[in-house]
Design a protein around this ligand. Structure first.
Ligand code: HEC
Ligand code: HEC
Length: 157
């Protein structure tokens, strides 16, 4: 257990190298509106982790967003929807997120990145205790462990 935590600490200390965008890099959100409205409660997740139809469904259901009311005015919903779907995994499919798309059923509209089998496989060695660490709290708290998460860096080698 302790070694796991130690490993995470070392991992988080690695500084991403922006010039070396490897195959695992996921294009980050740059749109100011998405950063503001979808980065208010958690990191603004990279759209490439879900297919466009998932983002469409999410933007239709913001009033009940994982138990929160994340409703927005119609013009903002439209603008955010356009950005997310244009950069979705089945449209752009770049980097690590491309592998996530292989696990999404043809008509599936998953809402969680953290339930994708590629996510589960890459995180299977992490103990329950680490997930429940006060600095982590939830799987969707990517920046707690991936220092470069908001810039799309998740690789640790
Ligand atoms: C009012 C707060 C709030 C706002 C604003 C918000 N979210 Fe969330 N979001 C949540 C909560 C709470 C969860 C569930 C977190 C968890 O269970 O770890 C969540 C989860 C998610 C997840 C799934 C994470 C996972 O587990 O894989 C995605 C994707 C997501 N939000 C996208 C968005 C997008 C896109 C927007 C902007 C339109 C947005 N969120 C705005 C509160 C918010
Ligand atoms: C508790 C810490 C923790 C959290 C929270 C976490 N990760 Fe990770 N993640 C890791 C560790 C550790 C690895 C390395 C696993 C390995 O290489 O065996 C990893 C690996 C990955 C990889 C694979 C990188 C590669 O190139 O192989 C991706 C992609 C990834 N995480 C994305 C995410 C995303 C997206 C989130 C949030 C939705 C997230 N992670 C949340 C700890 C975490």
């Amino acid at each position: 257990m302790r070694t796991n935590l130690l490993r995470l600490c070392l991992f988080a200390a690695l500084v991403p190298a922006p010039a070396l965008a490897g195959d695992d890099w996921v294009p980050p959100v740059k749109d100011p509106l998405v950063l503001k409205e979808c980065g208010a409660c958690h990191m603004a997740f990279q759209p490439a982790f879900l297919p466009a139809r998932s983002w469409n469904r999410m933007m239709d259901e913001l009033a009940d967003h994982f138990g929160e009311d994340a409703s927005l005015p119609a013009d903002k919903v439209q603008a955010i929807r356009a950005t997310l779907t244009a950069n979705a995994g089945d449209v752009v499919g770049q980097g690590r997120a491309r592998k996530y798309m292989q696990w999404v059923a043809p008509n599936g509209t998953p809402q969680r990145i953290t339930e994708n089998p590629d996510f589960e496989r890459k995180h299977r060695k992490i103990s329950d205790r680490t997930w429940k660490d006060p600095k982590v709290v939830t799987r969707s708290n990517c920046p707690a462990c991936h220092r470069g998460a908001d810039q799309g860096y998740y690789e640790d080698d």
